[in-house]
Design a protein around this ligand. Structure first.
Ligand code: XMP
Length: 326
């Protein structure tokens, strides 16, 4: 029978035996999957795990600082943090196609990650050949949705948390969560004693806010969406709905409309609110959020976020929609 304790025990033993005298690195995103994978592996090999956390310029508001604190102070992980936001935003300039955004972010991530990995393995005096391991928090649905079994033309979206290893480094892969669904990963995290605010986090895509900013991603648009996103998360939590919905977030549309603020005419951006219920992200229903919650989110965004003067609610399920807009 599958139990979290049994899973943790057997994974820890296996990873410890695999890694031996080697060293492992792990990319942290701040989300549940990579954090649980890292804590699990750290339990097996301790200081022989170094985590890398990259600011790709499309994280949520204050996330780069907050995640570092949590991972170091609450989880005791060994974290190298790299602020590469300018590099990413420069590469994203002029890019509007969703899959191109993913490729740019995925490619840039690998290059930043690769540089850091080399430094870590050099410092560990390893040649990076037979003793270098890469930990990834890949889950079963990630494997399915990116599966080559269905052929590349049927890949739904190129999830960059599957595959995408630094090419010349010959890292061996440790994917301790590869057979699991999200709810199982959460049970394991809880069993590992990880705090609720990490375990309960809603999923957040690797390409971050870039796939929630339709059209070009600029520093200014990222800042606008960060403010709106923060309000959505706050209000959903305040209404006690954060754990009931699978994901809840704002999407910045490349659509301007006319509004009125005081006695001034405004002409500003539209933001869509998306909230869905789901078991595993593969299918999803739009969430029937209470009108009062929608009302508060809408009025707070329009009054507090400069640059947004209209809020709409997305009532599309998956399929035929996807959860993200890109
Ligand atoms: P969709 O939009 O395909 O999303 O219904 C299903 C789940 O996957 C997340 N998602 C991603 N995660 N890289 C990721 O790491 C990506 O490129 C990506 N695209 C979507 C999405 O947030 C949802 O939970």
């Amino acid at each position: 029978d599958w139990t979290p304790e049994h899973f943790i025990q057997s994974t820890v033993e296996r990873v410890r035996a695999q890694v031996g005298d080697g060293h492992a690195i792990c990319g942290l995103s701040g989300g549940v999957d990579s954090s649980v994978a890292a804590v699990l592996v750290a339990k097996a090999i301790g200081d022989k795990l170094t985590c890398i956390f990259v600011n790709n310029g499309v994280l949520r508001k204050d996330e780069f600082a907050k995640v570092q604190t949590t991972m170091r102070e609450q989880l005791g992980l060994n974290v190298v943090a790299v602020d590469a936001s300018e590099r990413f935003l420069t590469k994203l300039a002029g890019v509007t196609d969703p899959e191109t955004k993913r490729k740019v972010i995925g490619g840039e991530f690998i290059s930043v990650f690769d540089d850091e990995a080399k430094k870590i393995f050099e410092a560990e005096k390893h040649d990076g050949k037979d003793v270098a391991w890469l930990v990834q928090g890949t889950l079963y649905p990630d494997v399915i949705e990116s599966s080559s079994v269905h052929g590349p033309s049927h890949t739904i979206k190129s999830h960059h948390n599957v595959g995408g290893l630094p090419a010349d480094m010959k890292l061996k892969l440790i994917e301790p969560l590869r057979d699991l669904f999200k709810d199982e990963v959460r049970r394991i995290g809880r069993d590992l004693g990880m705090p609720d605010d990490i375990i309960e986090r809603q999923p957040f895509p690797g390409p971050g806010l870039a796939v929630r900013i339709l059209g070009e991603v600029t520093a200014e648009r990222v800042a606008i969406l960060q403010e709106a996103d923060q309000i959505v998360v706050d209000e959903i939590k305040r209404a006690g709905l954060y754990r009931k919905v699978w994901q809840s977030f704002a999407v910045l549309l490349p659509v301007k409309s006319v509004g009125v603020m005081g006695d001034q005419r405004t002409y500003a951006n539209t933001c869509a609110i998306r909230a869905v219920e789901s078991e595993d992200g593969m299918t999803a229903d739009w969430a029937p959020l209470p009108y009062e919650v929608l009302r508060t989110i809408s009025s707070r965004i329009v009054s507090e976020v400069r640059g947004i003067n209209r809020v709409v609610y997305d009532i599309t399920s998956k399929p035929p929609g996807t959860i993200e807009w890109e």
